[in-house]
Design a binder for this molecule. Structure first.
Ligand code: NAD
Ligand code: DAU
Length: 354
């Protein structure tokens, strides 16, 4: 089947994956006529990452500064822009923050998802698809072997993953109970351009460039399955265009790496491609083992054979190619890095959006 999507609502489109998704989608031959980016602009939202897109597509790109928990604002967006599909990215996404302060995670990830689902249900004649972007963290942790499949029981271990698990269950319930046409993807760790430098890879790149300590939690042997962000975007669009309502897909890179190897690789690449540290020391000397994250999941690994088989999706980037592109992007975009590191982007938001 092929679904025709004309007016797409993207929630959280000013965040890392949302920005990449909107940028990537405008380049596709089957891009929607209009993309409406609905974002609250929390600390993680950065509209500067889309300024050129807004200029290039003045009639096709719309930005709405609003909270997904605001039912009236969501309804208004759906009606005003005759939305026929929703790609739901908006979330509080950082595990460490969820451990310190879970409130916003419960609010946005659970209540916000419920609010969107309810608005979609009220516009059932209009909405052809509600796609929910979720995470492999809902499955909990793996030992040294095995993979998460779509049948793996949920066992979330952090307030973040528990809130995402709750949102996944709501999406499932709206499909089963109200026949809302939903699809859901559970994806592994993304990396690439425009990622907020609280997450491992951009944090380590920017700290290593500045000669700051590189914090590695615990023994550094926790394993993540890394996927280049536009490969995730392509998977989401493939699902939105072709998947049957009610379907769930796991998405991953078949790219398992222990954290310490990721950090060492960044150090070595920057030693080769960036100016040396003032004291001439190799960047690996900045690696600092710190206290472990509470409830730290040991290993994630995705079995993505279902999406490969059903929708013929495979990642375009290998770890080597994706990682080289990522390092190059952060080196070439020092202005963006500086705006984010210094908090200047928030002054810009305050000036333009009050
Ligand atoms: P992010 O934190 O970079 O961006 C989140 C965006 O959502 C920001 O623009 C923020 O302003 C917006 N937002 C937050 N609360 C909002 C609210 N109440 N109303 C409207 N907008 C709000 O997150 P990300 O890394 O881009 O992740 C996007 C989605 O993908 C999330 O749902 C996350 O759970 C999921 N996911 C992320 C990864 C990953 O590796 N980053 C992997 C799998 C799944
Ligand atoms: O698996 C998908 C998930 O990936 C997404 O659902 C989340 O939104 C996203 O944030 C990410 O979660 P992680 O917790 O895996 O990502 P993070 O970048 O925070 O950490 C990656 C690994 O690196 C993890 O094992 C913790 C470790 N880490 C992280 C930071 C920030 C460190 O060792 N040092 C650090 O400073």
């Amino acid at each position: 089947m092929t679904r025709n999507i004309r007016n797409l609502l993207v929630t959280g489109g000013a965040g890392f994956i949302g920005v990449n998704f909107i940028r990537w989608l405008f380049d596709q031959p089957d891009a929607p006529e209009r993309i409406v980016n609905f974002d609250k602009l929390t600390y993680a939202g950065n509209p500067l990452s889309l300024l050129d897109v807004a200029e290039q597509y003045p009639d096709r790109y719309v930005f709405i500064h609003a909270d997904i928990c605001n039912a009236a604002a969501v309804r208004d967006a759906i009606q005003t822009h005759r939305i026929d599909a929703i790609a739901h990215f908006a979330a509080e996404s950082h595990v460490d923050r969820s451990i310190v302060a879970p409130d916003d995670f419960i609010q946005t990830n659970i209540i916000g998802t419920y609010t969107l689902l309810e608005a979609a249900r009220q516009h059932a004649d209009q909405i052809r698809l509600f796609h929910h972007v979720s995470t492999d963290e809902v499955y909990g942790t793996l030992g040294p072997t095995g993979f998460f499949t779509e049948e793996t029981p949920y066992a979330p271990n952090s307030p973040y993953s528990a809130s995402k698990a709750a949102s996944d269950h709501l999406v499932r319930a709206y499909h089963e109970t109200y026949h809302l046409p939903t699809t859901l993807s559970n994806c592994s760790n993304n990396y690439g351009p425009y990622q907020f430098p609280e997450k491992l890879i951009p944090l380590i790149i920017l700290n290593a460039l500045e000669g700051k300590p590189l914090p590695v939690y615990g023994d550094g042997l926790h394993v993540r399955d890394w996927l280049y962000v536009t490969d995730h975007c392509a998977a989401i669009w493939q699902i939105m265009k072709h998947a049957q309502p009610g379907t769930i897909y796991n998405v991953g890179g078949r790219n398992e790496l222990p954290n310490i190897r990721v950090v060492e690789t960044i150090c070595d690449l920057l030693d080769t491609h960036a100016p040396p540290l003032p004291n001439g020391a190799p960047r690996r000397s900045l690696i600092t083992y710190v206290k472990d994250r509470p409830g730290h999941d040991r290993r994630y690994a995705i079995d993505c054979s279902k999406i490969e088989r059903d929708l013929h999706w495979t990642p375009a980037q290998t770890w080597e190619s994706g990682f080289a592109k990522t390092i190059r992007w952060y080196l070439d975009n020092s202005a963006w890095c500086q705006q984010v590191r210094s908090g200047e982007y928030q002054n810009w938001i305050a000036t333009h959006y009050g």
